[in-house]
Design a protein around this ligand. Structure first.
Ligand code: SF4
Length: 332
């Protein structure tokens, strides 16, 4: 995919590919010279991997707040529970509201966003542990979320957020991408109109993925949809998607993944020989013990189901929650 970007006056850019899910990204990370010192920030290999698999749309909240480039740097000043984005030199200029308001602009400009890559440490775009200063300019803690990041999370609590630093963690990366594709899927699904039956069918594809991430949510979602036809559909769908997205924020472990793999291998009971079943079980055991990555038993399962197709298993998002090129199952 071409990663060239066209910029507008707020440092936004759009990298074109109409067929991939749309992900937001801090403009400086996307290669635009929009930092306070007119520099860019180099994306790490994992952010670059996302650029190849998603349509990326870049936004700069400080440019969007009219701050220009180059500009005086800002930092967060205040108490643990309330900070303001003030210019570092004088603390006389407060940009808090304008930066926060830009979150609404982003969601209005790109309602189809399925996730957003924030920028580590930024007083506007940092996901967590952003530095906080006292009114005398002394650093007091690193306990804040950037102003824009916090506003975005508040406006759309379902939108998966991570920063470039946290994406170095394989488990966080895997969860982020899984949630991004899920939210994209949900947005596509709701475009065609809601129905109780549609909701049940949607969840039917996610059952094993949810089971891998959080068994209590798996049970809760099952109960929630049991009387779907009798519930108010709007309210039910809101509860449903927030429970589903929250379930996927739980890290899937080797144990929970193995549990799902054992379940799935049960569908092959009568389809493959005892020897092949034994080999599959061995691979799942090896995975559970940390000796091989998840991709190995999943590939074996896919191989068996390619020979003996099963419509229900084919429909399971667990089997392919994201493109193989992202190689997310090679490290977890
Ligand atoms: S961190 Fe955010 S506000 Fe700062 S330059 Fe990058 S995109 Fe703009």
């Amino acid at each position: 995919m071409g990663r060239s970007a066209e910029n507008d006056s707020a440092g936004r850019s759009r990298m074109s590919d109409d067929h991939k899910p749309l992900m937001g990204i801090g403009s400086c990370l996307a290669g635009n010279a929009v930092r306070y010192n007119a520099q860019t920030k180099s994306p790490n290999q994992y952010v670059r991997g996302l650029m190849d698999n998603f349509e990326m749309r870049a936004f700069c909240p400080e440019m969007g707040a009219g701050m220009g480039v180059p500009r005086p740097p800002i930092h967060l000043v205040g108490s643990e529970t309330e900070v303001r984005a003030l210019d570092v030199d004088s603390h006389q200029n407060d940009f808090t509201e304008k930066i926060a308001e830009y979150a609404q602009t982003v969601l209005s400009l790109a309602p189809e966003l399925c996730a957003y890559v924030l920028v580590k440490g930024s007083p506007s775009c940092g996901y967590e542990r952003v530095k906080r200063f006292a009114t005398n300019g002394h650093r007091v803690a690193s306990d804040q979320q950037g102003i824009f990041a916090a506003a975005l999370a508040k406006l759309d609590p379902l939108l998966p957020l991570e920063d470039d630093g946290r994406l170095n963690d394989p488990g966080l990366r895997e969860s982020f991408v899984t949630r991004a594709y899920t939210y994209h899927d949900w947005k596509q699904f709701t475009q065609s109109g809601l129905s109780a039956r549609g909701l049940i069918e949607f969840y039917s594809r996610y059952k094993y993925l949810v089971m891998a991430h959080h068994v209590p949510s798996y049970k809760l979602l099952g109960r929630m949809l049991a009387d779907a036809g009798k519930r108010d559909l709007q309210q039910l769908s809101g509860e449903f998607i927030s429970t589903l997205m929250s379930a996927l924020t739980h890290r899937a472990t080797r144990r929970s993944h193995s549990n799902v793999l054992y379940h799935l291998s049960g569908y092959l009971k009568r389809e493959v020989s005892g020897e092949e079943r034994q080999r599959l079980k061995q691979l799942i055991d090896q995975y559970r013990l940390g000796q091989i990555p998840l991709v190995v038993p999943v590939t074996m399962l896919k191989h068996h189901f390619a020979n003996k197709p099963n419509r229900y298993i084919d429909s399971q998002v667990f089997m392919a929650p994201y493109p193989d090129e992202l190689q997310l199952r090679n490290l977890v």
